[in-house]
Design a protein around this ligand. Sequence first.
Ligand code: C2O
Length: 540
Amino acid sequence: GITRQYNFNVIMQKTSRLCSSKPIVTVNGRYPGPTLYAREGDNVLVNVVNQVKYNVTIHWHGVRQLRTGWADGPAYITQCPIQPGQSYLYNFTITGQRGTLWYHAHILWLRVTVHGAIVIKPKPNVPYPFSQPYKEVVVILGEWWKADTEAVINQAMKTGQAPNVSDAHTINGHPGPLSSCNSSQSDGFKLQVKSGKTYLLRIVNAALNEDLFFKIAGHSLTVVEVDAIYTKPFSTDTLVITPGQTTNILLTTNKSPSQYLITASPFMDTMVVAVDNKTATATVHYEGSVSTTSATTTTTKIPSRNATPIATSFSNSLRSLNSKDFPCKVPRTIDHSLLFTIGLGVNPCATCVNGSRVVAAINNVSFVMPSSASLLQAHFFNLSGVFTADFPANPPVAFNYTGAGPSNLKTMSGTRIYRLEYNSTVQLVLQDTGIIAPESHPIHLHGFNFFVVGKGVGNYDPKVSPSAFNLVDPIERNTVGVPSGGWAALRFRADNPGVWFLHCHFEVHTTWGLKMAFVVDNGIGVNESILPPPSDLPKC
Ligand code: C2O
């Protein structure tokens, strides 16, 4: 591989959407941020310069960071933040990965505008395991807020109530031609295509708090990769992508030359939670067709926001390629069998308007961020008093998912981690408990890909559920949508020493405490230890 150097200046940039403008935090003044290109095997150096008033970190979502956890990015987990006026050089090598990933700020709610795609090409002269596309296009889905998102979440944390929702979804930064605010057809992202070609779309869901359906009117989409893992190709007219996930599709331009609407609309299968119900739009424009007004663009039926069957059938269709070149290495034996309940709860709060606040927890533990040092520093330098290694392997309070709230609404809090020996194998069952209301959660694990060996609704049953596990070609990924009122079973091998964050990729749930971390100890072999920290590692 070669070395790729990038300079990311984190700066404020006045940006207008929905007929008004405001300064937003950006990478190099751009929203979404610039695409980071690399090849498998390359060394990537990104110098991040913080020129805003907030503390900043950047996470390279899905990049495994083998032995280089210092470059992973989640604030207070693997590094102290880059303070205003300071910089930090993220230095990592892309090992054994190719596909679409993304980067985003990993502190406060800054990722709402500080994000961009990471495009990792295969090694030189290595083709894709599907027909070679004529062109490749990055498509980033997101949210636009008229308000200052830091003020929104600060206010919500004060009152103890749920924050507001975004004002629009976006496609490549734009709400699109059908958004409110007198937009014209020229607004929004336009995908210019030639007839009779195949395009590779690299789609990222960078939204803060909502799963999204993605469609292109009149066209079927062939899924070939998710989270930088090749899949067995399959066709669908609707994608479901949670925040954190990426999906690569092939689009064949075999329809009559015209204009077709692209839509991104919310999927949220609980009606209790408020969502931004607006649909972002963009257009596919065939070369040679007349540019028309949006009214005459071929449109599509938008799935209803709680169209769970569409989401279920989509996720059930995902299979690892499991070919000779890309074998599926799902662990067959289990060293650590973990059951984590995930969900929201209510705690008393004397200063909150209703005397209570919404919290979120894993196994009844609402995670508290350290502040004096990152977990990784505490682990590496043996600092005491930063975390305790007593994260429960099983729910400490019995639960029964019934659709109604059980009595165990209270959560504990703590900076607790779960320790794994190097190269041990883990089965992690994530169970949504529906304490306030069942809700799907996009759970993301740093430092690894995991295999999704099973999913189901209702309670996970350790006696029955495993009999239906797929141990042949389960999908491998870094973020999984745990079904509302249901469960997902994951397996992975702890072959990456360091400290690795696990959290809900709904930003509001992370803020409420739906997060924890694994510490993976060093192995004994020469290449089985975390590397020492770089000299410019920020201080707390
Ligand atoms: Cu994409 Cu810890 O996040």
